[in-house]
Write a protein that binds this ligand. Structure first.
Ligand SMILES: NC(=O)C1=CN([C@@H]2O[C@H](COP(=O)(O)OP(=O)(O)OC[C@H]3O[C@@H](n4cnc5c(N)ncnc54)[C@H](OP(=O)(O)O)[C@@H]3O)[C@@H](O)[C@H]2O)[C@@H](O)CC1
Ligand SMILES: Cc1cc2nc3c(=O)[nH]c(=O)nc-3n(C[C@H](O)[C@H](O)[C@H](O)COP(=O)(O)O)c2cc1C
Ligand SMILES: Cc1ncc(COP(=O)(O)O)c(C=O)c1O
Ligand SMILES: [K+]
Length: 513
């Protein structure tokens, strides 16, 4: 019996795969650009988040995205739910989750918590209900306007789930006159790819209201900006102008005329067979993310970019009297929070002309004797330090709203310590250190590469790779520390530890932010 079913399913899938595709819709090249800093806004609720699955929407240089006709979209829908074995509930759950994660990428709950999801009668409306549920769990305060409900159990279930979370349902009549005052984000989940003709009541009136909205609230359209022709877009003009469009599965043709700042793709469920059949060119989703930015990155107003830091207070009576112990505490907390390269620090030096210079290096150890890093003694920093053996170190642990400044005199560590550390490094990095006459001009990458290849061959027998004489460690012996904890309204905590001549005890003082 099971074999018969399996055979039948196999037949259905191959029938689908070998069926000639519909005429391919025009493809449009869209460049995919990396995440902008605006999307990395730190929020109150994220102050001490861990970094594990933080998504970085799209790190590809360029790629192209295909657009679907209305017929193709419907056909893919049927295929997914037919031979490919998906249920509508599943796809709707993934679609709604994609919408919620896209919203969360751009509109942080600290600023955009009040969300109104306006849900239409079909699956697009269902996506809106699911998105609202996820947004609730992400820390938003959603409300739902769902004027034309269906009695199908999928939908009644979604309503029950939202009701159990005390998400309010608002009737069209009870919607506030001025939506801008009550909501930060409107999710337009009215019509999706099965929309046709002109909007009929009661949705015509609400779409008209969305057309005339002022700057806020922002509008996020699910799959299709409601009222737009699925293929021709806002062909008569005067349609709604969403700030964000979350295309599902693949953008529909109307998305070509979307000119808002945020175009995302969601619906990470397209099996390769579907992509092949429809010659779909889709960007890859980064990491574990349910969404990916497509299209142009938003234009940002750099002067308006800012984060309001919210953190526990840093008080004099809570810190260690020894700054090295305090540093240890913060360093361990940063490591435990999963921050990347907790040991990366900016090193500032000056030359004999008192001209400063900064670069990142990796801290490789610290204790009461000082803070150690390794480098090339003949580099720019090496030469600066021989001219002026004083330096400043700076750590910035962004996700914890913390900064640490350390200053003091610098000296070379012993040859023995440098030897030991050098030989603990990966062999490739050891060879890299020989190849790189750090900070000197190189005619081209090939020069480095050729020498690297040659040395790799030379040491392929596993023999000891000698440390270059000019490579080794520096140790900064601090005479000043500052622990900075970001706070709201720029009233940060700054605790400075300093040493007075001839006195080994650290003096702790609070500095004005
Ligand atoms: N695989 C995928 O791609 C996935 C797709 N998913 C989602 O499904 C969406 C498509 O869903 P869908 O087919 O239910 O259609 P959708 O547009 O929501 O609503 C149709 C309803 O609107 C009505 N209606 C139509 N025109 C009208 C008018 N002028 N004025 C008034 N009413 C009008 C129509 O009524 P009718 O005209 O038939 O009487 C019917 O009740 C898609 O866009 C995506 O969001 C995801 O959930 C999962 C994965
Ligand atoms: C995160 C990070 C860590 C780095 N760590 C080191 C390091 O430990 N030692 C080093 O010599 N260069 C390191 N570099 C490279 C330096 O920033 C710099 O490019 C190089 O040392 C040359 O600097 P200089 O010309 O000012 O001497 C690092 C760069 C980054 C971005
Ligand atoms: C040029 C250079 N030297 C040294 C280092 C430190 O590397 P390691 O951790 O292998 O000592 C780095 C790290 O980025 C580097 O870029
Ligand atoms: K929509």
């Amino acid at each position: 019996m099971r074999t018969v079913i399996r055979r039948r399913v196999t037949r259905m899938i191959s029938a689908f795969l070998f069926q000639p595709p519909l005429p391919i819709s025009p493809k449009h090249q869209y460049s995919l650009l990396p995440l902008t800093t605006t999307q990395r806004f730190l929020t109150a609720s994220h102050s001490f988040r861990t970094l594990s699955t933080k998504s970085i929407p799209n790190m590809q240089d360029s790629a192209s995205v295909s657009y679907l006709s209305q017929r193709e979209a419907a056909e893919i829908d049927e295929t997914l739910m037919g031979p490919l074995g998906f249920s509508v509930d599943q796809l709707m759950e993934l679609a709604g989750l994609s919408v919620a994660t896209s919203v969360a990428e751009v509109y942080k709950p600290s600023e955009y918590s009040r969300v109104l999801a306006i849900c239409g009668p079909g699956n697009n409306g269902g996506d809106g209900l699911v998105a609202a549920r996820h947004l609730h769990h992400f820390g938003y305060k959603p409300s739902i306007c769902y004027p034309k409900r269906t009695s199908k159990s999928l939908y009644t279930g979604l309503v029950t789930q939202l009701e159990s979370l005390s998400v309010p349902f608002v009737s069209l009549e009870d919607l506030p006159e001025n939506l801008s005052e009550d909501f930060d984000v409107i999710i337009d989940a009215i019509f999706g790819f099965s929309f046709h003709g002109a909007p009929r009541p009661p949705f015509d009136a609400i779409i008209r209201r969305l057309q005339t909205l002022q700057k806020r609230p922002v509008i996020v359209s699910v799959d299709i900006p409601s009222g737009w022709h699925v293929e021709e877009g806002d062909h008569e003009g005067g349609g709604i102008k969403p700030d964000m469009l979350v295309s599902l599965t693949a953008p529909k043709l109307c998305a070509k005329s979307f000119s808002g700042p945020h175009h995302f793709l969601g619906g990470r469920f397209v099996p390769p067979s579907v992509a092949e059949k429809y010659k779909l060119e889709l960007p890859s989703y980064p990491g574990t993310s349910m969404c990916v930015r497509i299209g142009k990155p938003p234009k940002v107003d750099i002067s308006a970019m800012r984060v309001n830091y919210v953190s526990p207070e840093l008080l004099e009576d809570q810190v260690e009297s020894d700054p090295v112990l305090q540093f240890r505490k913060w360093f361990d907390e940063a490591v435990a929070a999963g921050l990347r390269e907790t040991n990366a620090m900016a090193l500032s030096t000056t030359n004999k002309d008192r001209k400063p210079s900064s670069r990142m290096v990796l801290l490789k150890g610290f204790d009461e004797n000082g803070f150690v890093w390794f480098t090339n003694y003949e580099s720019k920093k090496g030469s600066d330090l021989s001219e002026n053996p004083f330096a400043a170190l700076l750590f910035y642990w962004e996700d914890m709203n913390r900064q640490v400044r350390i200053e003091g005199p610098v000296e070379r560590i012993s040859e023995e310590e440098s030897e030991n550390y050098y030989h603990s490094r990966p062999r490739g990095s050891q060879i890299g250190a020989i190849v790189s006459k750090q900070s000197s001009v190189v005619p081209g990458r090939h020069v480095l590469y050729d020498e690297y290849e040659e040395l790799t061959k030379k040491y392929s027998d596993g023999s000891v790779i000698p440390k270059p004489k000019n490579w080794g460690g520096f140790r900064l012996k601090p005479n000043l520390f500052e622990f900075w904890q970001g706070q709201p309204s720029r009233l940060h905590d700054r605790l400075q530890y300093s040493l007075q001549e001839g006195n080994p005890a650290w003096i702790i003082r609070r500095l004005a932010p």
